[in-house]
Design a protein around this ligand. Structure first.
Ligand SMILES: N[C@@H](CCC(=O)N[C@@H](CS)C(=O)NCC(=O)O)C(=O)O
Length: 242
């Protein structure tokens, strides 16, 4: 049985894993888990990841969650090109530093912006709460400023002179709010130039393939297919964003 990846390409860490696997020719079975249909809450998926979150990996009997752990597992198992996760002690430590920092500095606030701008209005049928959205965008600003004015002032990529796992994770996370109209690159010229470099390094076609879902407007009819699920998702989103 080939390695299985449980993904929803609406999710930035899932896209990072999808791009990594495709770019490195890693064979895998794509197991779609549609968050918008509540598939992550179903008993079948909870056997794969009891936390009910994507991405997740199954390799024979071995189950693994958390995007960073999955990327490192794939890079080690398939011995991918060294620039992704360099063997040099200090270069590797720079990648580790970013991967540890990004969870709370980028992933959490960028996801919240996306949820407020796109998912909550989709499932609730209510307009975007612009006051809340501005507050959530404000929480991302220090991290964007740090990347633009400190990190990218010194080097072309976030950890080393070449694209690495740090850039891959950052790219898919920052694309999430951007895809739904909150352009995170607009006010940050170095970050915008970095985005173009990362896109070129990953390959524009692969980037487009991974992002086509999130770049399309959601069909409002999807939210009404299961009103009870929609209500449950709205409740979870409201709780998370309050
Ligand atoms: N830190 C985790 C985040 C996983 C995560 O929160 N995934 C989201 C999608 S981006 C999810 O499955 N959400 C479903 C939920 O929380 O109910 C990672 O990087 O893998």
């Amino acid at each position: 049985m080939p390695l299985e990846l449980f993904l929803d390409l609406y999710s930035p860490p899932c896209r990072a894993i999808y791009i990594f696997a495709k770019k490195n020719g890693i064979p895998f079975e794509f197991r779609p888990v549609e968050l918008g249909r509540g598939e992550h809450l179903k008993p079948e998926f909870l056997k794969v990841n009891p936390l009910g979150k994507v991405p997740a990996l199954r390799d024979g009997d071995f189950l693994l969650a958390e995007s960073v752990a999955i990327l490192l597992y794939l890079s080690r198992k398939y011995q991918t090109a060294p620039y992704w996760y360099p063997p040099d002690l200090q270069a590797r430590a720079r990648v580790d530093e970013y991967l540890a920092w990004q969870h709370t500095a980028i992933q959490l606030p960028a996801t919240n912006v996306y949820l407020c701008k796109s998912l909550l209005p989709h499932f609730s049928g209510q307009p975007v709460d612009t006051v809340r959205l501005d507050r959530l965008l404000g929480k991302l600003k220090p991290a964007l400023q740090h990347l633009d004015q400190e990190v990218l002032a010194a080097k072309p990529f976030l950890a080393t002179e070449q694209v690495s796992l740090a850039d891959l994770m950052a790219f898919t996370e920052l694309m999430q709010p951007t895809a739904v109209g909150c352009d995170l690159f607009r006010d940050w010229p170095r970050l915008a130039a970095w985005r173009a470099r990362v896109e070129a390094a990953l390959g524009p076609e692969l980037v487009q393939d991974a992002h086509k879902l999130v770049l399309q407007p959601r069909d409002p009819r999807d939210a009404q297919q299961d009103p009870r699920l929609a209500q449950e998702l709205v409740h979870r989103l409201q709780e998370r964003l309050s």
